[in-house]
Ligand binder design. Structure first.
Ligand SMILES: [Fe+2]
Ligand SMILES: [Fe+2]
Length: 327
């Protein structure tokens, strides 16, 4: 039975291709109707096989509907298949990017909230693997970036930084696919230390006072500590989290390290992080255009970010084939 208020606004559309035959449905599946009141097609936990799919195709159904109330069950279902989905060539690059970004937001938000749960590491591994693979695929990086929003939340920012950092690392020819996965993992967690900062400080519209600034400056080391206490041992990740606010001219924090003491991955992260921060709407500043943000990184603040790496980042953004060429 349809609920009396079953109007289409309570549903989101899913391409039929994402409804894989051969398993149990993770949630109720609905079909659109011309009167705008969807009809339930099949209940959760019923089998869905090739015959069902063929019948829908024969009826001209290209997409099904899922209730927003079931979004979590559906997203979890997709997440479990993420590695497979991002390599499915029967899906368009944009369809795969949409699944990847949606999964990434859910995974990163939940892990930043609770990095100690046992499922955190395997979930981040799945995401990092999917990101590392998809970013190197033709059109993959650009398709993901098109889905970015300018709203600034720590978890969306973290997803963006993971994507930019993975793409930049790939464009530098950095390491193996396994190492790219490490970069993705590290970048997704780079602001793990912000959980301890009260939202009124994080979202303060004006400049921070001394005490607030002290608190803010602690987040790279706090992040390392939070992750260590939660049982994370990936040395590359821990180091990159701790060093992502260092700057090559020694003006960064927490250590004020000189350029030669800042390894490549934290350098990559610095650029990805600064670029995303500048191109997002924050409480104290409107988003800058991508071009303006790159001018700042490449010219105004050239001593801080390292021009060679920024130049590679610019090429990566404007000609993502750069990523594929180096790998
Ligand atoms: Fe940060
Ligand atoms: Fe950040």
């Amino acid at each position: 039975m349809n609920r009396p208020d079953g109007s289409e606004s309570r549903f989101f559309t899913v391409p039929l291709e994402l409804l894989e035959p051969g398993g149990l449905l993770p949630c109720d599946i609905w079909l659109p109707r011309r009167d705008g009141r969807p009809v339930r097609y099949r209940h959760a936990r019923l089998a869905f096989d090739e015959r069902h799919r063929a019948r829908l195709e024969a009826a001209g159904v290209g997409a099904v509907l899922i209730a927003f109330d079931d979004a979590e069950a559906w997203n979890r279902h997709l997440e479990g298949r993420l590695g497979k989905i991002v390599s499915r060539t029967d899906l368009s690059v944009d369809q795969r990017a949409a699944v990847l970004v949606e999964s990434a937001r859910g995974i990163v938000r939940e892990i930043l909230e609770r990095p100690e749960v046992a499922t955190a590491r395997p979930r981040l591994d799945v995401l990092a693997g999917a990101l590392a693979d998809f970013t190197r695929e033709p059109g993959g990086f650009a398709a993901i970036v098109r889905l970015f929003e300018h709203d600034y939340y720590t978890y969306t920012h973290s997803v963006h930084v993971a994507v930019y950092a993975t793409a930049l690392a790939a464009a530098c020819g950095y390491g193996s696919p396994a190492q790219l996965r490490s970069v993705a993992r590290a970048a997704a967690m780079h602001d793990a230390g912000k959980v301890g900062i009260p939202p009124e400080v994080l979202n303060k519209p004006g400049p921070l006072d001394d005490a607030e600034w002290q608190l803010m400056r602690r987040h790279p080391q706090d992040g390392r500590r939070v992750l260590e206490q939660a049982g994370w041992t990936d040395a590359l990740m821990l180091e990159a989290v701790e060093l992502h606010h260092e700057r090559l001219d020694g003006s960064g924090y927490p250590h004020g390290l000189a350029a030669e003491r800042i390894p490549l991955v934290p350098r990559i992260m610095m650029i990805a992080d600064a670029y995303d921060a500048m191109t997002s709407d924050r409480a104290y500043m409107k988003a800058l255009s991508g071009v303006r943000a790159l001018e700042i990184l490449h010219a105004d603040e050239r001593e801080r970010y390292g021009q060679d790496l920024v130049a590679t980042f610019i090429r990566t953004l404007f000609d993502p084939r750069e990523i594929a060429r180096r790998h």
